[in-house]
Design a protein around this ligand. Structure first.
Ligand code: COA
Length: 149
């Protein structure tokens, strides 16, 4: 097996998550944003993936009423392609089952076919476009939904 374990995100993980975020997104989140998600935001659920004790990825979502909205999912570039993304997304879906969430949505860059493949694998469907959603390059977002989670 690939020795990847999934845990809840805690403050002690934030340094590693910030590094992965900076390597993964053009406009990474601040330390304060992650700390707020952990300490204040009652709607937030975040998980991390560790391989042999090293934090290699994280994912999170907000749960409001019966809907979930995935905010982020990222794996350290050196550890991509070994199944961590699958496990992180499965962990979010499992939380949805426990918390009686029936629909799950997200936005993904139109050019990000790798992430779109991941989401499609788990039953997400394209349901719309947000024009010029991403401020850095004005790229469109594809809106995806998974119903009957
Ligand atoms: C998207 C991301 C989280 C996937 O994580 P990962 O650990 O590499 O994914 P996995 O190895 O678990 O692969 C999961 C699925 O993703 C898709 N995928 C992964 N790598 C792929 C590639 N190089 N080409 C096409 N599809 C790919 C496949 O559907 C794969 O399913 P499989 O395991 O049956 O082949 C990772 O590429 C990443 O961090 N990207 C940068 C951040 C990002 O774009 N996040 C999404 C924001 S919406």
């Amino acid at each position: 097996m690939n020795n990847i374990e999934i845990l809840s995100l805690k403050l002690e993980h934030v340094d590693s998550v910030l590094k992965i975020d900076a390597l993964s997104f053009p406009t990474p989140w601040s330390r304060e944003s992650f700390e707020r998600e952990i300490e204040i935001n009652k709607f937030a659920r975040y998980v991390v993936a560790k391989k042999d004790g090293i934090l290699i990825g994280y994912a999170g979502m907000w749960l409001i009423l019966d809907e979930g909205h995935i905010t982020n999912i990222a794996v350290h570039p050196e550890y991509r392609g070994i199944g961590a993304g699958n496990l992180l997304l499965e962990a979010l879906i499992e939380i949805c089952h426990t918390e009686l969430i029936t629909s799950l949505t997200l936005e993904v860059r139109k050019s990000n076919l790798v992430a779109q493949n991941l989401y499609k694998k788990y039953g997400f469907l394209e349901q719309g476009i947000r024009k010029e959603y991403y401020g850095d390059n004005k790229e469109d977002a594809v809106i995806m939904w998974k119903h009957n989670v």
